[in-house]
Design a protein around this ligand. Structure first.
Ligand code: ITT
Length: 191
C-alpha cells in the first residue's frame, strides 16, 4: 500500500501524542491530533483496553477521515486484582491511591504492568489492534518529574529508575506504548 506520511491520533492526552510523535520520527510519519482537527471526547464504556481503543479509533476516523490510531492504556497492579486497569485515567487519587493501598507491602508483592492497546483504522475503516505490555514494580515513593500519569511510581523490570526519571528515549526501550507501536509499524510496513 502507499506509504503513510500522516496519521491522526484520536486522543486528548498531550503526553501520549508527544511519546508517539517521537517514536514515529524515524519513520517520517507526522501525527495530527485533536490539536489540528476537532475530535469529540469518546465515551469509554468498554471493559477492556481493546474495546475502548476501538471506540476511540472509530470516533477519530469519523472526525478525521484519515488513517487513524487510538491508544487505550493503563496500569494493572497484581495484588489489587489488576486495578486500576482500564479505569487508570479515572482512578480517584491516581498513583497516590495505589501507594496508599499497597502501603509498606514487600517488593515481592508490588508487581504491576502497564498495558497499551493501539487501534488502527485503515482507509476503509477496518480496525486492527496491537497490544504491548511493560512489567515491573510499584515503587514505595514517587520519584522523578518526567513522563505522566503513573510514571513516578513504576520501575520496569531490570531497571532501578522509575519511568518518570527517564528520558522519553529511555522509557521507550521497555514501554508498553513502544511495544504496541512496533507491532503496528510491522503491520503497516508489511501491508
Ligand atoms: P485519551 O482517552 O484521550 O487517549 P486518556 O488519558 O483518558 O486520554 P486512557 O483512557 O487510555 O487515556 O487512560 C490512560 C491512563 O493510564 C493515563 O491517563 C495514565 O493515567 C495511565 N497511563 C497510560 N500509559 C501511561 C504511561 O506510559 N505512563 C504513565 N501512565 C500511563
Amino acid at each position: 500500500m502507499a506509504k503513510i506520511t500522516e496519521l491522526f491520533m484520536a486522543t486528548h492526552n498531550q503526553s501520549k501524542i508527544a511519546e508517539i510523535a517521537e517514536m514515529l520520527k524515524p519513520y517520517a510519519i507526522a501525527i495530527k491530533s485533536s490539536n489540528d482537527i476537532p475530535y469529540p471526547e469518546t465515551d469509554e464504556t468498554g471493559t477492556t483496553f481493546e474495546e475502548n481503543a476501538s471506540l476511540k479509533v472509530i470516533d477519530g476516523f469519523k472526525a478525521s477521515n484519515m488513517p487513524t490510531i487510538a491508544d487505550d492504556s493503563g496500569i494493572c497492579v497484581k495484588t489489587l486484582n489488576d486495578e486500576p486497569g482500564v479505569y487508570s485515567a479515572r482512578y480517584k487519587g491516581g498513583y497516590n491511591t495505589v501507594l496508599n493501598k499497597l502501603g509498606n507491602i514487600a517488593n515481592a508483592n508490588r508487581d504491576a504492568y502497564f498495558v497499551c492497546v493501539i487501534a488502527y483504522t485503515d482507509k476503509n475503516g477496518k480496525i486492527h489492534l496491537f497490544r504491548g505490555e511493560s512489567h515491573g514494580k510499584i515503587a514505595k515513593t514517587p520519584q522523578g518529574e518526567g513522563g505522566f500519569g503513573y510514571d513516578p511510581v513504576f520501575i520496569p523490570n531490570g531497571e532501578t529508575k522509575t519511568y518518570a526519571n527517564m528520558t522519553k528515549a529511555e522509557k521507550s526501550q521497555t514501554s508498553h506504548r513502544k511495544k504496541a507501536l512496533a507491532k503496528f509499524m510491522d503491520f503497516i510496513t508489511s501491508e
